[in-house]
Design a protein around this ligand. Structure first.
Ligand SMILES: [Zn+2]
Length: 137
């Protein structure tokens, strides 16, 4: 009978010092990537524009159709340019109703038309620089 004496040396010469736990610094640096701008299509003129340049109209869960200035209301939304012409198209040609798959009540329509009246007629209108126009006598 043979007695196997396996005497293994533990340890020996281990390679020490490959510590991969490098400094785990907090990543604060923002990667240099062009900002992604969400884009939406105006339902009247079908121009694609940055979301923030368009006005959102939402069909609320209660069935109302109203302006959504924050863009955060829940419900089916539609986007329109901030111009009276696009709003007129959307309201008169029922584009808005088709898009939202609903019927706009008279009350809501009145509110939308009132809002429309505050908008510039069209986009071509140059920006008014009236704020700081001091007239020299
Ligand atoms: Zn438009």
């Amino acid at each position: 009978m043979k007695t196997l004496f396996s005497s293994r040396k533990k340890g020996g010469s281990e390679v020490a010092g490959t510590s991969t736990q490098a400094a785990q610094g907090k990543r604060r640096a923002v990667p240099k990537r062009p900002k992604h701008v969400p884009q939406r299509t105006c339902i009247a003129c079908h121009q694609v524009k940055p979301k923030r340049e368009l006005l959102r109209i939402v069909r609320t869960p209660q069935g109302h159709v109203e302006m959504d200035p924050t863009g955060k209301k829940s419900g089916r939304g539609a986007y329109l340019c901030a111009t009276r012409s696009c709003w007129a198209t959307a309201l008169k040609k029922k584009r808005l109703e088709q898009e939202l798959e609903t019927t706009i009540s008279e009350e809501d329509r009145a509110a939308l038309e009132a809002y429309m009246a505050t908008l510039p007629p069209s986009e071509a209108a140059p920006r008014a620089v009236a704020a700081s126009s001091e007239r020299v006598p």
